[in-house]
Design a binder for this molecule. Structure first.
Ligand SMILES: [Zn+2]
Ligand SMILES: [Zn+2]
Length: 334
């Protein structure tokens, strides 16, 4: 049984050391058991292939054997020369290099009406974002938590399958240093940051869903390590309920109150969509109308949706005279 290490790393046999390293980095990230529980076996193979191909002596021996020549030894020997398959192999140092510090994504909410969701709208949204305090931006002291490396290393597993996990240090956010407060810093300066008020115009696209996430690139917090670099803002656009209007998927249901006599005799009525006079419609109630039935008003305005009217009986809140009450009783004695 001999594995083709080039195939495992998806390379051809002439691959350069750089190509081998790159392939290993890509594949080991892809099949890392932390990310891909199914990938453990493949991950092991990738490591094994890399162990051999990245070592020029081992690679030569491997190539030699692969070319049909015999090899006096076995691969087990090669690995047992150290006290474990992965021992001495600093996986993460080699593979992940120094991780980019992740700028936390800022999440804010923005509200819109059903009409805004139909036609699109521009909304002004104010929020606070972390910005470097200009007074202490250039005063740094070494972080004690990580000794200035910016990285906290955690070793897991055993000698055979050992993975070093490197996380950016929480104290210094991976920068290795901490900004030192100066006398000129305003009271709101916290760990080198102030919260800056910021305003953006959010362009709500036409026909959006009831809840939609919009990403604004580089509008968020400033990087803990790189001045001027900003993370993204995720804007959660939330459609708010509107008087008499309800959205069901891409349909709109408008509730309209009608009189008892309208239901008995049938009639036509005018209604404004979005309570806006510019969107007037007329709908018809049939004689002896059943209020459980929705009346279809029109197609749209959401793509693929329709607009319906739900009629609701209006009950006047007033006492009836004895004559009126008698008449009503007679009518209802059906
Ligand atoms: Zn640190
Ligand atoms: Zn400051």
């Amino acid at each position: 049984m001999k594995k083709n290490y080039y195939e495992i790393l998806e390379l051809n046999s002439g691959a350069t050391q750089d190509e081998i390293k790159r392939a290993f980095r890509t594949l080991s990230l892809k099949y890392h058991p932390d990310k891909n529980p199914e990938g453990a076996e493949r991950f092991k193979e990738i490591n094994e292939a890399y162990q051999v191909l990245s070592d020029t002596t081992k690679r030569k021996q491997y190539d030699f054997q692969s070319s049909g020549n015999s090899f006096s030894g076995n691969w087990g020997d090669m690995f047992s020369s150290t006290d474990g398959f992965f021992s001495g192999f600093s996986f993460t140092e080699d593979v992940f290099e120094r991780r980019e510090v992740v700028i936390p994504t800022l999440e804010i909410e923005c509200y819109c009406s059903i009409k805004d969701a139909v036609f699109g709208a521009k909304k002004t949204v104010k929020y606070k974002r972390k910005t470097w305090c200009s007074n202490c931006a250039d005063t740094h002291i070494r972080c004690n938590n990580c000794g200035g490396s910016g990285v906290i290393v955690e070793v897991r597993g055993n000698g055979y399958f050992r993975v070093e996990q490197r996380q950016p240090c929480n104290t210094c956010k991976g920068s290795g240093s901490i900004k030192r407060r100066t006398e000129t810093c305003p009271p709101e300066c916290k760990e080198g940051f102030i919260l800056e008020d910021f305003t953006i115009i959010v362009d709500i696209p036409k026909g959006i869903d009831k809840t939609t996430l919009l990403r604004i690139r580089y509008g968020g917090h400033e990087s803990p390590t790189k001045k001027g670099q900003r993370g993204d803002v995720i804007i959660k656009v939330i459609e708010q309920p509107e008087e008499n209007h309800e959205r069901v998927g891409n349909d709109i249901v408008i509730t309209d109150e009608v009189r008892y006599i309208d239901l008995v005799t049938g009639t036509s009525k005018n209604i404004s969509m979005f309570n806006d006079k510019d969107y007037q419609y007329t709908y018809y109630i049939e004689k002896w109308f059943d209020t459980d039935t929705l009346i279809r008003l029109c197609d749209g305005p959401f793509a693929g949706g329709k607009t319906y009217i739900r009629v609701k009986l209006h009950i006047p809140k007033q006492d009836l005279t004895s004559d009126q009450l008698e008449s009503l009783k007679r009518i209802c004695e059906d």
